[in-house]
Design a protein around this ligand. Structure first.
Ligand SMILES: [Zn+2]
Length: 228
């Protein structure tokens, strides 16, 4: 009798676990249409590491990385596919310090790492904390930090060479339109909405990149509803 009860409990628990896995799988498929590892354009490479995208921007011999992915092992493997050696990367710009954005950080062992000023992260010698509108020159590459709190307090977008906007988890793209990043996993949703309106004011943006929902070459069209 006792055996039967445990047997039924086990079936129920396994059943619930299977349902949870299926639900999460579909949520993942629906909400996180990641870009595959590969070249997006002449100067931009996309890396897919588990649930997040990392972007690498190159100009001549200069190169910057935006975000560091979820895992060291996965990042190394994907970078190898693109013939990119992590030890040769000099500058990595982090949008925020969630595990899917800094999990692979240690592979960039010789790089300068940039975080938004209010990021909750332990300080290291090679970490630099940037403020809103700060300009960082990496050789010929110009990186502008844009403070965009909401999802996380120190969340920062990076506008590279005035035309390429890397938005981390500020927003997501759905059917070519900008939607806010998920309210459920954002620290301050009203602040996030305000931050979207802030980047919507940017002019001459050619491409917009997200960490989990791909990118668009139609920035103005994608964000037009936020230009208020
Ligand atoms: Zn994320």
């Amino acid at each position: 009798m006792i055996f039967m009860e445990w047997y039924f409990i086990l079936i129920i628990v396994v059943g619930i676990l299977i349902i949870i896995v299926i639900v999460f799988y579909w949520l993942y498929k629906l909400n996180f249409p990641l870009s595959p590892t590969g070249n997006i354009s002449e100067n931009i490479v996309c890396i897919k590491n588990r649930i997040a995208n990392v972007y690498i921007y190159t100009k001549g011999t200069d190169r910057v990385v935006v975000d560091a992915g979820f895992s060291t092992k996965g990042m190394k493997k994907e970078l190898m596919k693109m013939d990119i050696i992590p030890e040769k990367i000099t500058d990595v710009f982090i949008t925020h310090s969630d595990p899917d954005h800094i999990g692979g950080l240690s592979i960039f062992s010789t790089a300068q790492i940039y975080f938004g000023k209010d990021s909750k992260v332990q300080h290291h010698d090679n970490y630099k904390f940037v403020v809103n509108n700060e300009l960082i020159l990496v050789g010929a590459i110009k990186v502008q930090a844009i403070s965009t709190p909401g999802h996380r307090l120190g969340h920062t977008c990076y506008l590279i060479d005035n035309e390429y906007l890397f938005s981390g988890d500020l927003l997501r793209l759905k059917a070519g339109k900008v939607k806010p990043f998920f309210k459920l996993i954002s620290a301050d949703f009203d602040q996030l909405l305000e931050s979207i309106r802030k980047v919507a004011k940017l002019e001459n943006v050619k491409m917009l990149f997200t960490a989990h929902t791909g990118y668009t070459t139609e920035f103005d069209n994608a964000i037009d509803k936020w230009k208020i």
